[in-house]
Design a protein around this ligand. Structure first.
Ligand SMILES: [Zn+2]
Length: 309
């Protein structure tokens, strides 16, 4: 990486932040979450836990509180997936490394969403969704590809949304899979799934352009939760629209992530990625020292208003 000579004068944490931003920009991502997003989200997260009396698992909550303290995230490798700082650094690394490996692969790229009714969980019972179970399901389905499975390259992620249908709310776990190297027809056959639900197809394919590859990887690895409400449009067709996620659901999602290692719900397929971090994650610890210096910080390092996330 070519480094601007003036960067040498910047404190380590700023250099690490710049390196992360530059790597993401090189991959074509402009709108990856910022440090501002992370700062306000983690404060809201702890307030929400306190308000709802979420105190378990105690050791993980202590770790998360330490991450949000002045000292900052000590070791992103041991942080739970709920830690916004660790999650951002690790997902940033995965986006760039996966993009590096996939950008030259031949053939079509597909972003596949798999929604299985059987994975549904009641509100308050999201802990019943084990990412390993969904990833194992995917593995078994991909085994149906037979010999051509070895051509498949991509990444899968377990995601959950709060769905509302006819006044009833529930958690809908689903899988996102970015796939390259195997024909759509073969993937369709391997992943086929029946559903009783009329609001969506259980398996949806979306073509991915090379220019949006990194953004699509980022989508598979996303950390945010969504709420979708089913409705009938003017022509009587079933549709879904996104609405603001209630605070209790955000807390439940966070406490689900609290029980997972930082990249536990992701699976890299058919590639070996370098473990080398994009930036030295320990550099981010020094952010407090940085802020005491009379620098005018770039907008993505400023500690602004808390949002109501
Ligand atoms: Zn952390």
């Amino acid at each position: 990486m070519r480094r601007h000579p003036r960067n040498k004068l910047l404190p380590e944490s700023l250099r690490a932040e710049l390196a992360l931003q530059q790597a993401l920009t090189r991959a074509g991502i402009q709108d990856f979450e910022t440090r501002d997003d992370v700062g306000s989200r983690r404060r809201s997260q702890l307030r929400r836990f306190a308000r709802l009396g979420i105190t378990k698992p105690a050791r993980r909550i202590t770790k998360l509180t330490a991450c949000a303290s002045e000292r900052g995230c000590e070791n992103v490798g041991t942080c739970p997936a709920a830690c916004h700082v660790a999650s951002r650094i690790e997902r940033g690394r995965l986006v760039v490394r996966i993009w590096e490996r996939l950008q030259d692969c031949e053939g079509d790229l597909w972003l596949i969403t798999i929604v299985n009714d059987a994975w549904r969980q009641d509100e308050g019972e999201l802990y019943g969704c084990n990412p390993a179970t969904l990833l194992k399901w995917l593995d078994r389905r991909l085994d149906r590809l037979g010999g051509i499975k070895s051509n498949l390259k991509g990444v899968a992620g377990v995601d959950v949304s709060v769905n509302e249908r006819e006044g009833e709310c529930f958690w809908q776990p689903h899988l996102h899979l970015l796939a390259a190297g195997v024909d759509k027809s073969k993937l369709k056959e391997a992943l086929s799934l029946k559903t009783s639900c009329q609001t969506h197809k259980p398996v949806m394919f979306k073509p991915v352009q090379r220019s949006e590859l990194a953004t699509s990887v980022g989508y598979v690895l996303k950390r945010t939760v969504e709420k979708r409400v089913a409705y009938l449009d003017e022509e009587g067709r079933q549709r879904q629209r996104s609405v603001k996620v209630p605070s209790d659901a955000v807390a439940e999602h966070d406490s689900w992530l609290l029980r997972q290692a930082v990249t536990e719900r992701f699976r890299v397929i058919g590639m070996r990625l370098s473990r080398r971090p994009l930036v030295d994650p320990t550099s981010f610890r020094q952010i407090v020292k940085v802020r005491r210096k009379p620098y005018s910080l770039p907008f993505w390092l400023r500690d602004d208003e808390e949002d109501d996330f």
